[in-house]
Write a protein that binds this ligand. Structure first.
Ligand code: CO
Length: 473
């Protein structure tokens, strides 16, 4: 029989999940006794309502928590209880617009949209988990974030940008330093703006840059002195978003000839210091940025264009014929005195996505060395992310964890409290076992990429995006 659908497709992208609470999960191997805390992950939990969602970035959010204590592990999952979730429960229909899937609309409703140009955008914040001050948030791209109780995973309320006008998106990748939390908002209106806000003690606008055709931006960069917006040429005429006849991302067009523009903003003044143009490329994730004398170094996981977004449609992810484009770690070195690109180089040939570093200790640090992420094994190329990769930025070498038929999600790094080196610690990743049809929590030694332990779940978890570790104090 010819296989036409990948075995991970149904459990990884197509099955609705249920809320669960499980104690004393089965552990293979041994969990180091210093590891105490909760891994909380975000991602889609419901992907079928009246019709299936279309894209990996669609779905109603579910939080998953693995609590690790004294070598034992328990698990809990909860849907985010937001308006989009409640409406889907009550009506049995997709009721809010998502990334690449809109509700079914009658002709009457389509006409109505023209007169009332306020499509209901999903508030189901499913992309990331953020600790803002002492509060835990589920983070998404629409301009509202959901606060939740990290103990029970119950939804507590919505965080709004009070002063930011209604229409726009923000990134699910805010930055932080010891004093503040920062995020980038792309605001759509008569005049569109890129805005940087601080958000720890109320919301404050730090920078505002008008833009004619704003880009789809999933993250931004921050160094000691600068905010960095890498503006890829995947852009939108924002009126199309206000009157939205097509799902959100389908309004954006790839305009290669524009190239990519790096907008470098002075953090002190909020003013644009310079704009530097490079060849067109695309990225979801900035990884690190730092300054060395008059040079600014920006590392991100880059693609040659934005076709990766099309590859994440379910109809393509299901096919055994498709190959995902490789994301690669690239470094851009800018000469700020001359306002130009000095050097662009590939840091590693390895495919990487959902990149992760020890942000707390090494973000903005010019000596940082290691990036962890998901990748694709070149021997098994026609699959979704099927290995974990660790890139050594200094040598360009990489090492992997690979087990045929398993599909790991983002690897979250937790430093050993007595560590002697940057990579001394553990990586936690939720992995789908395509053969067994269930998921497990993988615990790797981040120095050697060797397996320390795996914790079995009786069920599978849909492929999610980002998570965070909450240490027990
Ligand atoms: Co992301």
């Amino acid at each position: 029989m010819i296989k036409t659908e990948n075995r991970y497709f149904q459990p990884g992208f197509r099955q609705n999940m249920e809320e669960k609470e499980l104690k004393n999960l089965v552990i293979e191997g041994e969990i180091p006794d210093w590891l105490e805390g909760d891994l909380i992950r975000n991602g889609p939990g419901i992907v079928n309502v009246d019709k299936p969602m279309q894209h990996w970035f669609d779905g109603l959010a579910m939080l998953h928590k693995f609590s690790i204590s004294k070598g034992e592990v328990s698990y809990r999952s909860r849907f985010i209880n937001c308006e989009a979730y409640q409406a889907a429960q009550e009506s049995g229909k997709i009721s809010y617009s998502d990334f690449a899937t809109d509700p079914c609309r009658s002709i009457f409703q389509k006409l109505q949209t023209v007169f009332d140009p306020k499509p209901k955008i999903t508030d189901s914040a499913k992309v990331n988990i953020g600790k803002i001050g002492d509060k835990a948030f589920a983070l998404g791209e629409p301009l509202m974030q959901i606060q939740f109780d990290p103990e029970t995973l119950e939804s507590l309320g919505v965080f709004h940008y009070e002063k930011a006008p209604g229409s726009g998106i923000n990134t699910a990748h805010p930055h932080q330093d010891p004093h503040e939390v920062y995020n980038l908002v792309v605001q759509f209106g008569a005049i569109n703006h890129y805005k940087i806000y601080s958000m720890l003690e109320g919301v404050k606008e730090l920078a505002s840059i008008p833009v004619l055709e704003p880009a789809y931006l999933h993250s931004f960069g921050m160094s000691e002195r600068y905010f960095i917006i890498a503006e890829f040429p995947l852009v939108v005429q924002s009126l199309k978003l206000l009157f939205r006849f097509r799902p959100f991302i389908e309004n954006f067009k790839w305009k290669k000839n524009r190239g990519t523009r790096f907008l470098i903003i002075d953090r002190e003044t909020g003013k644009l210091k310079t704009t530097i143009k490079t060849e067109a490329f695309f990225s979801f994730h900035h990884v690190n940025a730092f300054e060395v004398d008059n040079q600014l170094v920006v590392d991100l996981a880059a693609y040659k264009d934005a076709s990766i977004i099309d590859h994440y449609y379910h109809n393509r992810l299901s096919s055994t014929e498709e190959q995902l484009p490789f994301g690669r770690m690239e470094r851009f070195i800018f000469d700020l005195d001359k306002s130009k690109l000095k050097e662009r180089k590939v840091l590693s040939e390895a495919c990487i996505e959902l990149p992760h570093i020890d942000y707390q200790s090494y973000h903005g640090n010019k000596d940082y060395r290691y990036i962890y992420g998901c990748g694709i094994n070149p021997e098994n190329r026609n699959e979704f992310y099927n290995q974990l990769v660790k890139i050594d930025v200094h040598t360009g070498q990489h090492s992997t964890w690979y087990q045929e038929g398993t599909y790991p999600g983002e690897a979250v790094f937790i430093p050993n409290p007595d560590r002697k080196s940057e990579d001394d610690g553990l990586l936690l990743s939720v992995v789908l076992d395509g053969k067994q049809g269930n998921s497990f929590l993988l615990i790797l030694d981040s120095k050697t990429m060797q397996e320390q332990a795996r914790v079995h779940l009786p069920h599978s978890i849909l492929f999610g995006y980002h998570g965070a570790f909450f240490e027990k104090n």
